[in-house]
Design a protein around this ligand. Sequence first.
Ligand SMILES: Cc1ncc(COP(=O)(O)O)c(C=O)c1O
Length: 356
Amino acid sequence: VSERVPFFDPARSYAALRSELRATFDEVMTSGRIMLGPNVRAFERELAEAVGARHAVGVASGTDAIEVALRALELPPGSEVACPNLSPPATATAILRAGHRPVLVDVDEENLSLDPEQAAEAGAAAILAVHLYGRPAAVEALAGLDAVLVEDGAQAHGLEPPGGRIGAHAAVACYSFYPTKNVGAFGDAGAVTTDDPELAARARSLRVYGEEERHRAARIGLNSRLDELQAAFLRVRLERLAPDNARRAEIAALYDDALGRASPPGVHHAYVVRSPERDGLRAFLLDEGIETAIHYPWALSEQAAFADARRVGALAVSERATREVVSLPCNPYVRDDEVSRVAEALRAAAGRFGVR
Ligand SMILES: Cc1ncc(COP(=O)(O)O)c(C=O)c1O
């Protein structure tokens, strides 16, 4: 029996970057500067440069990044924030935690990202656009609406959506560095990016108890510091973003070839196919030793935590997608022999399970 092809194995990225990460660990631990130290500041500078923003503020997770971004915008309490119904629970949770109200909007059939026409219909004060699976959300159309635009690039590090970089059309953008992300930490981490120096200053204050000077809170904040060690690790990972994304694209092209399809453009955070017989497809692949995942098994409209959220329309596209989507192993550390095994299994499965 051959080994399983893991969906994601963080030990592989450690093995690949071991000497650099160990040196980094030693440097931080011996420096005595382990909280909001030089690596957090350097990572913020390097991230800002990499995404073409003037400011980056490191926080403890992607969920916190959304909460901090929304709170730094200082919208009136209880404002409505439109978000895609096909998104992780973090999206609606962060909106609620920021003191606002999520409005669930359907996604477009083609790209599975926020449908601009229905977002317009929502009439919310703000819109949280998610670049799901590393595919560009329709930010140009969304930016034309009468609402504050926030972009979630958690799955899209290195993406250049049409019309400019992530955040080009938005007041603020958010990132997660959860280990599976294109820039992944070895634990939790996140960041907010913006061109607005005052918004950046509010975000910096919000991440440490609302302090503006030490031990003096100007507003009610969080404790959401970016960990110094994770920041140091992230500097190592960020340097590799371009080759890592190139490897993801290479893997996606091989899967595309096996399935005779063309993936939507993007940075291939997830390689997602659809099948009307998703459970059968997953069981077949597992039998071939291939692990898969589902992003996401439930739409936000199907979750108890968001039962009170206002909905726009029937949300049929997103709810159907949750029954059909399946994500295949696609990260820089999937080996060539494993990519070939997945591609071969996809060739065998394509017709049988109506994969598209
Ligand atoms: C699109 C999106 N937004 C937000 C989050 C939340 O990030 P975190 O898990 O770092 O809190 C995630 C990832 O989990 C995500 O994929």
